[in-house]
Design a protein around this ligand. Structure first.
Ligand code: PLP
Length: 261
């Protein structure tokens, strides 16, 4: 009730949590912002998540963790004394071959006006604007919706961060002073892209700049690095996945596997 809960999602490669550190850090931060206690230590939580993976017999997929304020009579203010937080974990399977085929085709995105609250840095389960945006995308045959703010700038996707490789070859994604979720995939990829010799800027772009860009892509634990080939029905670049996004996808997957626990 009240969406008084936060969540976190890890990619799962060969039964191990990918790129784990950033997700644990963000979980602790999201909980801290809402004054909800960590349900258990990070070490214990890792064991519980891995046990959920084992019991579900899933090797490749996603691990979803939700932590809510706890069970109490319905009241808007926090229950006092504080309750033990409630934990829900699910594990779902991803067909990696199908995911790679999708990445090779690329996906469409549509734009939609920004409609969310001012604390999108907290990964709360209050996702109604995201549900509506995603449904709008689906009805348009697109995989993702990009929110566009009052200044006409893309903030991020309904469940991913948004990137372009602009006409000068510079990788651009929105800065975290803006009202966006600080994607863990985004953060790792900023490093990986710089290490690979790319010029990277945390600088906003408009949908028009995305259409004039060489490439566009989205990042997230679910999508990893996924090329975007059209925005609002118009092609990005040559209308097919480009070399930068394709290479960064491979580098990110290698990174997620190498850091997995
Ligand atoms: N932005 C939003 C709104 C999201 O919901 C997500 C992931 O679910 C992301 C960005 C990507 O975050 P991450 O890379 O940590 O999965």
């Amino acid at each position: 009730q009240f969406a008084d809960a936060v969540y976190e999602v890890w990619s799962l490669f060969d039964g191990r949590l990918g790129d784990p550190e950033g997700h644990f850090q963000r979980l602790e931060r999201s909980l801290g912002e809402l004054a909800i206690d960590m349900p258990m230590s990070r070490a214990a939580l890792t064991l519980v998540l891995k046990e959920a993976v084992r019991r579900n017999r899933i090797r490749d997929g996603l691990v979803y963790l939700q932590v809510s304020r706890g069970v109490a009579p319905r009241d808007h203010a926090f229950p006092r004394p504080a309750l033990p937080p409630s934990v829900v974990i699910t594990v779902s399977r991803v067909d990696r071959a199908a995911a790679e085929a999708r990445a090779a085709r690329g996906v469409a995105v549509v734009t939609t006006p920004e409609s969310r609250w001012g604390r999108c840095d907290i990964k709360t389960v209050g996702l109604l604007p995201n549900v509506l945006a995603k449904q709008k995308a689906r009805e348009a045959g697109a995989a993702e919706a990009w929110y566009v703010d009052d200044l006409g700038l893309v903030t991020e996707g309904a469940s991913s961060n948004a990137w372009i490789v602009d006409a000068d070859g510079v990788l651009r994604t929105r800065d975290t002073n803006a009202n966006i979720l600080r994607g863990v995939t985004r953060l790792s990829l900023l490093d990986l892209a710089r290490q690979a010799g790319h010029k990277v800027e945390e600088r906003p772009f408009t949908p028009q700049e995305a259409l004039a860009a060489r490439e566009a892509f989205i990042t997230g634990a679910g999508t990893l690095v996924l090329p975007v080939v059209s925005v609002d029905g118009k092609p990005v670049g040559e209308g097919k996945p480009g070399p930068v996004a394709t290479t960064l996808r491979r580098l990110y997957i290698e990174h997620a596997k190498a850091t997995s626990v």
